[in-house]
Design a protein around this ligand. Sequence first.
Ligand code: KIV
Length: 285
Amino acid sequence: MGAETFVIFAKTTRMSSYKEIKRVTTHTLQEMKNRGEKITMLTAYDFSLAKIVDGAGIDAILVGDSASNVMAGHETTLPITLDQMIYHAASVVRGVSRALVVVDLPFGSYQGNSSEALRSVIRIMKEAGAHAIKMEGGREIRESVERVLSSGVPVMGHLGLTPQSIYKFGTYVVRAKEEQEAARLIEDAQILEDCGCFAIVLEKIPAKLAKKVAQSVQIPIIGIGAGPDIDGQILVLHDLLGINQEFNPRFLRRYANIHQVMTEAIQHYVRDVKEGDFPSEKESY
Ligand code: KIV
């Protein structure tokens, strides 16, 4: 089914009226790359923020395993479970009418073998209503990628800095600066494309290398810390909004200071309650 024909009927605020909304599909993203239109992607982990992100016109939403850091306060992405990812993903899907929703397979839910990968993916698709999944790795997960794709579920790859392997590398520094690692990364991107992945995320690699990858494959390349010469960009929503103050990598641009806005609003509320100003007569029954 082409992007043009894939429409859904979404409820507007009045239950009796329906508005036609054209959903973003994996085909839409490919068409965007083909015509040189940049793809926008952000993370979301819950209903309310997903609704805002979708309403603002984002093309794709990632229910990232960064929820492990951002929502649960873990140091790495490793602790988050499949059940927890499904909970986040189902909440996001309920808030989205237009964007493509991609869900991360968490650590430990696909590395064992391809049957385990497929079982995890089936749970995410059935229980959360996701549209696609993402897996970290190249040739080493080829069998799992192929098995999942054979079930009809679109797969997004993830190369470069792969946070689920943090203990192998021991650091979050820029990846593939050396020639050998760069050549391997280009080969891995080609392998993922040959398998049938619909797109690849490149995380924290030199901009020149990312450009080379985007030119050497036909599928969309979406970057985070991978420079401007690729097909799209993704950021973690809480970083972009300035909810998190501690994470300050060079690739991050903050578009708001929601941490400050929220702190001031909460301080105002505390003051009003302490001083007996809230609730007023008008705010009481
Ligand atoms: O989990 C995540 O948020 C991600 C992005 C950083 C690409 O994988």
